[in-house]
Design a protein around this ligand. Structure first.
Ligand code: ZN
Length: 260
């Protein structure tokens, strides 16, 4: 694993160097450098170098395969290089039976059924530990994400600034119906980085994987994921995959890189 890790770091350095040149030599409209574009995997779309379904080769107990290209898979990979179609709507969305912050609209209470059931179990277990969690934002349609992004473009003046705080439509994991942003009373039901300082987050980060969820954008992995630390953003990937990612301290992008 150590050798693989060193290989990974070396690869990252090469890729980062390569990206710098590419950015300097050509400008693609709408892809200006910003915090979410600093993804070292940019330029080598995983889809271009991996088979659709592959056998995992980590030095850890791994069973089966991960079909990250299937938009209906619990393991679907969504990021700047792997976008969802505009017309993609999960067919099994259900209202999640958890407490929500009072300002949450009906669409964002939806999750795909398997994710909803596991999130309900996760929230129930948290409550047994004296921790009350609240949902804020689950499913988001392509059109909703487009409206959010366009609103931020108007608010901040251009797409680069807007993209620092919101994903472009098709690039948001929320469209999968496998994500719920969560919060607590102790942070006034908001989505803020200092949610990481709460007892709720402290419990979540070590227990979410038992229910198939991961902290998708962890602290210190911003250059890998392309997103700032979001302690509130829980992504359902299924219990087997969540356990591997948690136990190996890997983001989903790192995991796929190792698995090649
Ligand atoms: Zn989120």
């Amino acid at each position: 694993m150590q050798i693989k890790f060193l290989t990974f770091i070396l690869a990252l350095l090469l890729i980062v160097g390569g990206c710098s040149n590419a950015v300097g030599s050509q400008t693609v409209p709408g892809s200006e450098t910003n915090s979410q574009d600093n993804n070292p995997l940019q330029g080598i779309p995983i889809s271009a170098v991996e088979p659709d379904i592959f056998t995992l080769q980590l030095g850890v107990a791994v069973q089966g395969t991960v079909d990250y290209h299937d938009i209906n898979s619990m393991a679907v990979l969504v990021n700047k290089q792997n976008k969802l179609p505009a017309d993609y709507v999960p067919t099994d969305l259900v209202e999640t039976n958890i407490p929500f912050a009072s300002y949450v609209g009906s669409e964002q209470k939806l999750l795909r059924q398997e994710a909803a059931e596991n999130l309900e179990a996760l929230f129930a277990e948290a409550e047994k530990n004296g921790l009350i969690l609240y949902g804020v934002s689950g499913y988001r349609s392509y059109q909703t994400q487009k409206a959010i992004f366009n609103n931020n473009v108007r608010k901040y003046g251009d797409e680069t600034k807007a993209n620092k705080i919101s994903a472009r439509p098709g690039e948001s994991e929320h469209q999968t119906g496998l994500v719920m942003d969560v919060t607590s009373q102790s942070v006034a039901y908001s989505l803020v980085t200092y949610f990481a300082d709460t007892a709720e987050y402290s419990w979540l980060k070590d227990n979410a994987h038992h229910y198939g969820f991961i902290i998708r954008y962890p602290q210190g992995k911003e250059i890998i994921t392309g997103y700032i630390f979001e302690p509130w953003h829980l992504r359902y990937v299924g219990k087997d995959l969540a356990k591997i990612l948690y136990e190996n301290n890997l983001t989903y992008e790192e995991y796929l890189f190792f698995a090649i």
